[in-house]
Design a protein around this ligand. Structure first.
Ligand code: ATP
Ligand code: MG
Length: 393
């Protein structure tokens, strides 16, 4: 069946009371941007607390569903048959045709759920349920009615027009991006940080991202990988501004000056300082990292405390309580995994100590950092001044 419209179901948005229209309008806007990425012409309209996407030209069904599945705030995507107002005799024929076209095997259980918003319609919703059930059982004798746990729920909505739908494709859930401010994601080429960005963005948060690049210790491919990951995250999060910071000089200074077992933790602290500076400059309210307790030496709870000590902004670490496999599962679901595992070195692997501290003491780390006092301010300024910025989507 050629569907000309989708009915969009959204959940949490509906609980926002007086601000509901802001959420709905943003959701419509985000749906429009998502649909602009694919072929076709789509009209997104809000009607009676419902959002419809009308397909105005030829389009690819799977591509359209997939595009909608990337929009946060949507819980269900229902391809819907839209009919003009018509009497029951004609409508019942359309209903039979709908089931015939959509289901190859007609041996499932079903329930009809009618909503009558158009109070002029000459039948009440209960009568439509009963009549529709009877009509379908007569047309397809192997169907069964099950009012408790039907395989297929057939929805009929009587409005100015009539809507029939039964399939629901799961959406991504969450809240529309833009309803909750903006955060700066520390995006490495690894598995965890793209997942962290996805998870925070899911709660309605716009993303900017920062990558600390360390050429020639890291390759152009490593940088391209991060750009590609930012694009994959942007499929959900919308356009992402990516800041690329030239981190080599800072890293080398740390490497040549500070105790070997502390270099990772000190490096992480400088990353966080720069990230927070960028967050301030770019109207972000928080930072995001892909850290998970105990995953590596720099992510023991002691190391996290010392890293965190340089930040005054909230640092969101949505992977904090997750096992690696749980993070991988999400990475696979959002299609960042394959890119993340491409074998390019990152700056942390190049400058890694054999035995990094796992219980750093803040006083010791601060003392080591004081060894950089004569040049670190210049290096930080330079790093920020020479940043490369691009918008990916
Ligand atoms: P990931 O899989 O996200 O790379 P990881 O397990 O490799 O994480 P670390 O290398 O310790 O962990 O980094 C911890 C977090 O610090 C990352 O999740 C990311 O948010 C940030 N980070 C690390 N390296 C970089 C970098 N080069 N540029 C930007 N952020 C980084
Ligand atoms: Mg990493």
């Amino acid at each position: 069946m050629e569907y000309k419209s989708f009915l969009i179901k959204y959940a949490e948005i509906g609980t926002k009371g007086k601000n509901r229209y802001i959420f709905e309008d943003l959701l419509c806007k985000n749906i429009r941007s998502a649909m602009r990425r694919i072929d076709g012409r789509f009209l997104v309209r809000k009607e009676y607390g419902r959002i419809f996407v009308d397909c105005m030209q030829d389009y690819d069904f799977d591509e359209a569903v997939e595009a909608l599945q990337h929009v946060f705030g949507i819980v269900g995507i229902c391809p819907v048959l839209v009919l003009p107002d018509m009497p029951w005799e004609a409508l019942s024929e359309e209903l039979v045709h709908f089931i015939d076209e959509n289901y190859e095997e007609k041996n499932f259980s079903f329930k009809v759920n009618c909503r009558r918003i158009n109070k002029e319609y000459p039948m009440r919703s209960m009568d439509v349920n009963i009549e529709a059930g009877a009509v379908l059982l007569e047309a397809f004798p192997d169907l069964r009615v099950d009012v408790h746990k039907p395989d297929v729920m057939v929805h009929i909505e009587l409005r100015d027009q009539i809507y029939i739908y039964s399939a629901v494709f799961a959406g991504s859930g969450g809240l529309p991006v833009g309803t909750n401010g903006k955060a700066m994601l520390l995006l490495s080429g690894g598995i965890d940080s793209p997942v962290a960005g996805y998870m925070v963005s899911k709660r309605g948060v716009h993303l900017e991202a920062v990558y600390f690049d360390a050429p020639p210790h890291t390759s152009p491919q490593a940088k391209q990988k991060v750009i590609d990951l930012a694009k994959l995250v942007a499929k959900y999060a919308g356009a992402v501004r990516l800041h690329i910071i030239h981190f080599t000089d800072i890293q080398e200074a740390i490497y040549h000056t500070c105790p070997e077992d502390e270099i990772t933790i000190i490096m992480r602290r400088y990353m966080m300082r720069i990230a927070q500076h960028l967050a301030e400059e770019n109207e972000c309210q928080a930072l995001i990292t892909g850290e998970s307790i105990g995953q590596v030496a720099s992510q023991t709870i002691f190391s996290l405390q010392v890293t965190n000590a340089v930040c005054t902004y909230p640092v969101f670490r949505p992977c904090i309580g997750m096992d690696k496999q749980e993070i991988v599962d999400i990475a696979e679901k959002i299609h960042t995994y394959e890119t993340s595992i491409l074998p390019y070195e990152d700056c942390c692997t190049t400058f890694v100590a054999k035995h990094p501290v796992t219980k750093p003491r803040l006083e010791d780390i601060e003392a080591s950092e004081r060894l950089l006092n004569d040049r670190i301010d210049d290096l930080l300024r330079q790093a920020v001044e020479t940043e490369e910025v691009m918008t990916v989507w």
